[in-house]
Design a protein around this ligand. Structure first.
Ligand code: FES
Length: 106
């Protein structure tokens, strides 16, 4: 049983309702982003504090702004996330609790 995490990070993997993985998030590298989160969180020994889950298309107005993700418990949505943003999201948001304004979904 996984300990209750401090943060739950849901990252779209670009799979649509038709089960085809061709959404914007996938086309712009969501799989690599998810893998990098997994790798760094393991390296930082934070897997008890941060649970990363991949999910299908969020099916809301931000889908074309992907890659998209949402961080709970604050319910902070980030869009246009790139693999180069992963370190900053971990350092600034998940380690320091600060929101990264430039990535906020609009
Ligand atoms: S494909 Fe990622 S939110 Fe729709």
């Amino acid at each position: 049983m996984h300990a209750r995490p401090k943060y739950h990070v849901l990252i779209c993997n670009g799979t649509k309702c038709n089960k085809i993985q061709d959404g914007v998030c996938y086309q712009k590298g969501s799989e690599d982003i998810i893998s990098k989160f997994d790798k760094l969180i393991a390296e930082y020994n934070m897997s008890n504090e941060i649970l990363v889950s991949s999910c299908g298309c969020f099916r809301n107005g931000i889908t074309n702004k992907g890659p998209n993700m949402v961080i709970y418990p604050e319910e902070i949505w980030y869009s246009g996330v790139s693999i180069d943003d992963v370190d900053e999201i971990i350092e600034v948001h998940l380690k320091s609790g600060k929101i990264i304004e430039r990535l906020l979904s609009k």
